[in-house]
Design a protein around this ligand. Structure first.
Ligand code: SF4
Ligand code: FES
Length: 248
């Protein structure tokens, strides 16, 4: 396949950015999208040009590092698929592909296609943990967890913190990410002791980071590579409301 890439290049957060055009030649349909970019970068390096900066780590849909808006859609628009799991066979020979970074005030751009997602880490630090006595190892069967709760908690725990939900949202809301993290722990017995504090603190930190409000457009759920359900947002709103009424 031969492709034309229109790639957002920006040397730092304060510099002016613009699209640059590159030709990607002899691309195998079996390559992943990131492998295709690796090949383009090898060509740029050989010519002494600055390679395109983009994020990745595991390249198997686990870590949440990859973060590209491809043809206007975070992760490229294939259901349940992170950028690193996207393959070139989904594109047409001769196609022009536009590649941009996540765009949100709370994710300041670092370089080209890389943004700073530390805001998510700070939200996790504000409540995404359980305080436990780490003495003896408890018998797993000693804490019964209803099957429906464990299934829901594991669904929420699939969130890889990629930030596509923010990038897709017209309000740059982080509600789907925060709801997944709050629900993951609040549903389990180990997390219940800090349930109210967690909901209040994580929402407070989310607001402090400058993420927008949720108006339930559903774009977050549509692009989420882990298909986190919007229903977790409703659940977090309930947890938050109850905690606020208790004044905790
Ligand atoms: S909710 Fe989905 S889109 Fe948002 S950070 Fe988690 S995995 Fe990524
Ligand atoms: S590189 Fe780890 S999820 Fe894509």
């Amino acid at each position: 396949m031969n492709l034309t890439l229109k790639v957002w290049r920006q040397s730092n957060a304060n510099a002016a950015g613009k699209f640059e055009t590159y030709e990607a030649k002899d691309v195998s349909p079996d390559m992943s999208f990131l492998e295709m970019l690796d090949v383009v970068n090898e060509g740029l390096i050989e010519r002494g040009a600055d390679p395109i900066a983009f994020d990745s780590d595991c390249r198997e849909g686990i870590c949440g590092a990859c973060s590209l808006v491809i043809n206007g859609i975070p992760h490229g628009g294939h259901r349940g698929t992170a950028t690193c799991q996207l393959h070139m066979r989904h594109f047409e020979d001769g196609e022009t592909i536009t590649i941009e970074p996540w765009r949100a005030k709370a994710f300041p751009l670092l370089k080209d296609l890389i943004v700073n997602r530390n805001a998510f880490d700070r939200i996790i630090q504000s409540g995404g943990f359980v305080s436990v006595n780490t003495g003896g190892t408890p018998d797993g069967n000693a804490i019964p967890v209803p099957k429906t709760d464990s299934d829901l908690a594991m669904d929420a725990a699939q969130c890889i913190g990629c930030g596509a939900c923010v990038a897709a949202c017209k309000n740059a809301s982080a509600m789907l990410f925060v709801a997944a993290k709050v629900s993951h722990l609040n549903l389990l017995p180990q997390g219940k002791a800090e349930k109210d504090r967690r909901a209040l603190n994580m929402v407070k930190q989310m607001d402090a980071e400058g993420f927008g409000n949720c108006t339930v457009t559903g774009s977050c759920e549509a692009v989420c590579p882990k298909e986190i359900s919007l229903s977790f947002i409703a659940k977090m709103n309930r947890d938050y409301g109850v905690a606020a009424l208790k004044g905790k």
